[in-house]
Design a protein around this ligand. Structure first.
Ligand code: MN
Ligand code: MN
Length: 465
């Protein structure tokens, strides 16, 4: 290319660069350190409840204290509130009044999985099983023949809540079986999304009978006795339980160059952790109050008392506003929210569902999305141009590698995030997040660079003037 053409092109044309061509050695080391922390968080946080526990532990180690209604707050104070053990909100009080708005990140910590049904335990032909009801959008065929563990709680009538962890570490795992190819001819002719059914996702629990030959339900009894021995629970207690069947595999580096991370639950703990860690690493008092929201229930529509549509968020911000006698509506109308949720990474293996020029690419940084949605932006908040410009500016000021993205081809499908629920509150909101390969699979893949840039992006939002 001639020098003249080069100059002319540089002047008016965009030329996106791979993030590795924009990062120095020092930053690569910081990225590795950050990703080690992230993998540890994932391994400890396989459910939303466990994420809340781990997030609170990390925050308390950095000086965060539980918010009490009526407590006095000054600039630099760090507080949090847990909503029913499944969602948590953190805030660092800024030097400016809450009337100037707050800088929010909103991620979710629930992930697609298999929940136990209220009456889950049964025996069939001398094997014991749990019935499950899947949560969120899963591709059912991906959940058979992989090692599984179970995490959750059993709430007893006396008010005690028993933590359940089965199949963890060296303990025996669980599995959902599939047909052998020798007998799978008919099943193999079915469409991918019909070959394995929801009612077919039954978790194998055991095969060893107790008691005497000729008795019924000897395996089921054995399994229930084991659970009773370990947790003091009976079959009826499953009625008030939340036990999630999740992949047993832990987070691991992927690739000969170890540039990627494979794990269960990147969606959306990869953004949740970025948002949390960015807040924990803020070493100066922010100008505006910084808020980190880790929500539950996004994968089923942000419904419910712990979802982003719940008034729990408004209550928390209102309580903060009360400490400065600022009306909540005044705070909201000047607030900004980065709705930090994952986006689809362009996958050359499945290129036909992506529009290459408007897709998020691995290692091109945090993916901003003006809109999400399906069938013509349906269900999207569609941020205004001014909000997008604002985010371009604050990310560029902090050397954050970012890219602009849509989630796949227009007619191929689509998806949503919590952005619309924040925007409905009269908060200027933009979607941004890590591009993910195999999103919603039991083992999803992200790039370390994109994880790290999302962390930097969240920090830039909190620290914006
Ligand atoms: Mn998500
Ligand atoms: Mn999702």
């Amino acid at each position: 290319m001639s020098e003249e053409m080069k100059t002319r092109k540089e002047k008016v044309l965009s030329s996106p660069k791979n993030g590795y061509d924009r990062m120095d050695c020092g930053e690569r080391e910081a990225m590795e350190r950050y990703c080690t922390l992230y993998k540890d968080f994932l391994n400890k946080g396989k459910t939303e409840r466990l994420c809340v526990k781990e997030a609170v532990a990390l925050a308390e180690a950095k000086g965060f204290v539980p918010f009490r209604r009526g407590m006095e707050l000054k600039a630099g104070d760090k507080v949090y509130t847990v909503n029913r053990a499944k969602s948590v909100m953190f805030a660092v009080i800024g030097s400016k009044s809450l009337a100037e708005g707050v800088q929010i990140t909103a991620s979710h910590i629930d992930s697609p999985r298999l929940d136990l049904k209220p009456t889950p335990l049964y025996e069939d032909d001398e094997m014991a099983y749990f019935k499950t009801h899947y949560y969120g959008g899963i591709r059912k065929y991906q959940w058979v023949t992989i090692p599984l563990e179970m995490r959750g709680v059993v709430a007893l009538k006396d008010g005690t809540v028993v933590d359940v962890a089965l199949g963890v570490g060296d303990e025996p795992k669980f599995v959902i079986t599939d047909l052998l190819p020798h007998l799978g001819g008919e099943q193999g002719k079915k469409p991918l999304n019909e070959a394995i059914t929801g009612e077919g996702l039954n978790v194998l629990l055991g095969s060893c009978p107790v008691g005497e030959a000729g008795e019924s339900d000897r395996i089921k009894l054995h399994v229930m006795e084991k659970l009773n021995e370990k947790y003091g629970i009976t079959e009826a207690d499953f009625i008030s339980a939340e036990i999630e069947v999740v992949p047993a595999a832990n987070a691991t580096d992927i690739g000969l160059d170890a540039s990627l991370i494979g794990a269960y639950g990147h969606d959306d703990r990869v953004c949740g952790f970025a948002a949390l860690q960015a807040m924990l690493d803020m070493d100066t008092v922010p100008a505006k109050t910084a808020v980190c929201m880790l929500a539950d229930k996004e994968e089923i529509g942000s419904m419910g008392v712990t979802g982003m549509q719940s008034a729990a968020f408004d209550t928390f911000i209102n309580d903060l506003c009360d400490t400065q006698n600022v009306p909540l509506r005044v705070c909201y109308e000047k607030a900004f929210c980065l709705s930090t949720d994952v986006t689809a990474a362009y996958d050359p293996m499945y290129a036909d569902v992506y529009e290459k020029r408007n897709s998020a690419h691995i290692n091109y940084g945090v993916g901003l999305a003006k809109y999400t949605g399906a069938r013509g932006k349906g269900g999207s908040s569609d941020a205004n141009a001014e909000t997008v410009a604002y985010v371009r500016r604050i990310l560029d000021e902090k050397d954050v590698v970012w890219q602009m993205a849509e989630l796949g081809k227009i007619d191929a499908g689509g998806g949503g995030t919590v952005a619309q629920y924040m925007a409905n509150r009269n908060i200027a909101t933009l979607d941004a997040g890590v591009p993910v390969l195999s999103m919603h699979a039991p083992f999803e893949v992200v790039s370390k660079l994109d994880c790290y840039m999302t962390y930097k992006g969240c920090k830039a939002v909190y620290e914006a003037e």
